[in-house]
Design a protein around this ligand. Structure first.
Ligand code: NAG
Ligand code: NAG
Ligand code: NAG
Ligand code: NAG
Ligand code: NAG
Length: 287
C-alpha cells in the first residue's frame, strides 16, 4: 500500500506517464491513416464489375483499402492517391520461360470501368496497362491525375480516342500506346501544359490533321522531339522555344518552314551534322 502511494506521488513516475502520452499521441498522429470508407466502397464497386481469373485482386477484402494490392494512400489523410494495376505478367517471366498466351490472358483484368472510380478525388497516379477494360475513357474524368498509363488497356472494339483526356490538365505523363485508337492526331494535346511524356505509339491515328501551327513555347517539355510531329502534313510552324528538349531534330521535320527551337539543355549530344543538313532546308530560329 505504502509503495503504491509512493508511486503516485513520485514525480518521475508522473513524468514518465506524461512522456508516454506525448509519445503515444505523436506516434498515433504519424502512423498512417487507414482507408476512407467511401473510397473503399468505390474500389469494391470497381472490383465487382471486373473479371479477375488469376486472383490479382484477392487482397481487396477487409477494412483497410490502403493495404490492398496496388492501392496507395496519403498517409496523413488516408485518401487514395495511387492505383497501380499494371499487369506485370511479362516482367515476371523468367529468362528461359516462354510466353504463355493462356497464362497472359488469365493475368489480365477484364470488364467495365465504372464511374465509381470518380469518387477518388485525390488520385494522382493510375496505371491500368496491359489489361482488357471496357469504357476506359471514364478515367479521363479524373482531373487530379498526373500519371496515367492505359497502354494496351482498352478492349478490342473500343477504338474511339478518349477526347475527355484534354480535361486532365494536371497530366505530366500520359501513355496511350498499344490501343487501337482511331481518328486524327489530336492537336489539343498541346493544351495539356504540364505534359512531359506522351506516348501514342501503336494506335491507328491518321495524319490528316489540318494543324499548321503548333506553338509549345515556354513549357517544360523534356526528352526528344517526338517523331509523331512528322505525321502532321500541314505543319509548317513549330515553336518549341524555351523548353528542355534534348537529342536530335528528327530529319522528317524537314518540310517545316519555321522551327523555333531553343536548346536550353546542353546539346553536346546533338548530332550536329544532321542538324546542319536540316538547317539548309528549313529556317531554324534559335533564340
Ligand atoms: C508518410 O509518407 C511520407 C512521404 O511519402 C514518408 O516519408 C513517411 O515516412 C510516411 N510516414 C508514415 C508514418 O508512413
Ligand atoms: C506504361 O506501362 C507499361 C507496362 O505496362 C510500361 O512498359 C510503360 O513504360 C509505361 N509507360 C510509362 C510512361 O510509364
Ligand atoms: C515534303 O515535301 C516534299 C517535296 O515538297 C513532298 O514530296 C513530301 O510529300 C513532303 N512531306 C510531307 C510529310 O509533307
Ligand atoms: C532539363 O533536363 C535535364 C536533363 O535532361 C535535367 O537534368 C534538368 O533537371 C531539366 N531541367 C528542368 C528545368 O526540367
Ligand atoms: C556543353 O558540353 C560540352 C562537352 O561536355 C562542353 O565542352 C561545353 O562547355 C558545354 N557547354 C555549356 C554551355 O555548358
Amino acid at each position: 500500500m505504502g509503495r503504491f502511494h509512493a508511486c503516485l506521488v513520485n514525480p518521475t513516475f508522473h513524468l514518465n506517464i506524461l512522456l508516454f502520452l506525448v509519445l503515444a499521441s505523436s506516434y498515433l498522429s504519424i502512423t498512417a491513416k487507414s482507408c476512407i470508407e467511401e473510397e473503399r466502397g468505390a474500389l469494391l464497386s470497381f472490383k465487382q464489375h471486373l473479371a479477375d481469373p488469376s486472383g490479382r485482386l484477392s487482397s481487396w477484402v477487409g477494412h483497410d483499402c490502403c493495404q490492398w494490392e496496388g492501392i496507395s494512400c496519403d498517409n496523413r489523410t488516408g485518401l487514395a492517391t495511387k492505383i497501380d494495376l499494371r499487369n506485370t505478367y511479362e516482367d515476371r517471366l523468367g529468362g528461359d520461360e516462354e510466353w504463355d498466351e493462356w497464362a497472359y490472358e488469365r493475368s489480365r483484368l477484364a470488364g467495365k470501368v465504372t464511374s465509381s472510380l470518380l469518387t477518388l478525388k485525390h488520385l494522382s497516379y493510375l496505371d491500368l496497362s496491359f489489361n482488357n477494360f471496357q469504357g476506359i475513357h471514364i478515367v479521363c474524368q479524373l482531373p487530379t491525375l498526373r500519371y496515367l498509363n492505359i497502354s494496351s488497356a482498352s478492349s478490342v472494339g473500343e477504338s474511339e480516342f478518349p477526347k475527355s483526356i484534354f480535361n486532365l490538365i494536371n497530366l505530366q505523363i500520359l501513355d496511350l500506346s498499344w490501343n487501337s485508337f482511331t481518328g486524327h492526331f489530336p492537336p489539343q494535346l498541346a493544351s495539356l501544359e504540364s505534359l512531359k511524356h506522351l506516348d501514342l505509339s501503336y494506335n491507328d491515328l491518321k495524319d490528316h490533321s489540318m494543324l499548321s501551327t503548333l506553338r509549345l513555347h515556354s513549357n517544360f517539355l523534356s526528352g526528344h522531339i517526338p517523331r509523331h510531329l512528322c505525321n502532321l502534313p500541314y505543319l509548317h510552324i513549330l515553336d518549341l522555344g524555351h523548353n528542355n528538349l534534348s537529342g536530335t531534330i528528327p530529319k522528317c521535320l524537314k518540310n517545316l518552314t519555321a522551327l523555333t527551337f531553343f536548346p536550353s539543355h546542353n546539346y553536346s549530344d546533338l548530332e550536329l551534322a544532321e542538324y546542319d543538313e536540316i538547317q539548309t532546308i528549313i529556317k531554324i530560329i534559335m533564340f
